[in-house]
Design a protein around this ligand. Structure first.
Ligand SMILES: NC(=O)c1ccc[n+]([C@@H]2O[C@H](COP(=O)([O-])OP(=O)(O)OC[C@H]3O[C@@H](n4cnc5c(N)ncnc54)[C@H](OP(=O)(O)O)[C@@H]3O)[C@@H](O)[C@H]2O)c1
Length: 312
């Protein structure tokens, strides 16, 4: 398909890494329902079957199969990168996971350079907490000094200078819905069950942004179809809910109390999430909404927690 056709809003053949995951499970149907074709990278028979059951095509391969990534990206009209080695991260190898992420993106970026095709990659709003203090973060904020995942975000934005219509969707700490089986919301619920109370750190007034998975998926589609090259986009519905309020909602769902823990004790009650639990990262999506006419329409985090399905 020519770039002129794509620019006119024609449907695309889209290559997606991580298509079988949480966000992918909303994005693949979102793209198919809007007339696009989807080819998803699948590292197992089970993941490949998920994709074909949804009506997408699957190509078997791992993030490390750079030749396969290059070939699939070259043949596609656009690429969405969602895959991340969360298994390596959970095992303590964040550096290795971030390295694989950057290598995959560099391969895809090389394949798309000079084509003006879209590449939509993924980052997180959480990293903004390290560079923005005492105010709400916006799409203009970024860390020029780099770091894990920051290097990948900055690399993708810089691809705009190489004639790639690149953009990055920053997902909030909690992306929630019935599709969310192992994100931070179910993880917090698991810790609360184990502890017998829902923990928050200190006075719990630090704020976390959030979004519904289906709204996030729509933003990825809009970015793919029309985000200007070099856009940082925020998939944020609630700018920031106090962590104590989230803990109290989890407590209500489990019929358990919410209780403060000190920063020193957080790891005992919140495991690897203790690194994030005290984070204050209110984040605006005003620029994103204006740029792509994106308005969240699905229930917010507290409504989803009140619905009860997270506690079944
Ligand atoms: N969900 C959130 O709340 C949130 C918040 C901030 C940022 N993010 C980021 O958003 C992106 C998507 O998140 P998600 O929640 O959809 O994650 P997820 O449910 O864990 O899905 C991860 C996807 O990556 C694939 N994958 C993992 N390792 C791979 C490898 N070595 N080779 C090929 N594929 C591999 C998985 O394949 P399998 O199906 O085979 O396992 C799955 O399709 C990630 O970059 C994540 O870090 C998510």
């Amino acid at each position: 398909m020519s770039q002129t056709d794509i620019a006119k809003g024609s449907t695309m053949r889209v290559f997606i890494t991580g298509a079988s995951g949480h966000v992918g499970s909303a994005l693949v149907p979102e793209l198919l329902h809007n007339g696009h074709q989807v080819l998803g990278l699948a590292r197992s028979d089970e993941s490949a079957k998920r994709l074909t059951d949804w009506g997408a095509e699957a190509i078997r391969g791992d993030l490390h199969d750079l030749d396969r990534l290059r070939a699939a990206a070259t043949a596609a009209d656009g690429v969405v990168h969602l895959a991340f080695r969360h298994d390596a991260m959970a095992a303590g190898d964040l550096a290795g996971a971030a390295e694989s992420d950057l290598a995959a993106l560099q391969t895809i970026g090389d394949a798309l350079a000079g084509t003006d095709k879209p590449l939509v990659s993924t980052s997180g709003t959480g990293m903004l907490a390290q560079i923005v203090r005492d105010r709400t973060a916006t799409e203009d904020d970024f860390d020029p000094n780099g770091g894990y995942r920051v290097d990948a975000e900055n690399y993708v934005i810089d691809l705009a200078a190489k004639s790639v219509r690149s953009s990055v969707v920053r997902l909030p700490q909690i992306t929630h819905s019935r599709l969310d089986l192992h994100g931070f919301a179910p993880t917090l619920i698991g810790f609360a069950r184990t502890n017998g109370f829902a923990a928050y750190v200190g006075d719990g007034t630090n704020r976390w942004p959030s979004v519904h998975t289906l709204d996030a998926a729509r933003l990825y589609r809009l970015a793919l179809e029309s985000a200007p090259a070099g856009s940082r986009l925020h998939a944020v519905q609630d700018e920031g809910i106090e962590f104590r309020t989230i803990a109290e909602a989890i407590g209500r769902g489990l019929d358990l109390p919410a209780r403060s823990v000190s920063a020193d004790d957080a790891a005992q009650y919140l495991g690897f999430l203790s690194r994030f639990a005290g984070m204050n990262s209110p984040t605006s999506s005003a620029r994103t909404s204006e740029l792509l006419d994106w308005q969240p329409t699905h229930p917010n985090l507290l409504a989803d927690l009140a619905e009860g399905f997270y506690f079944g």
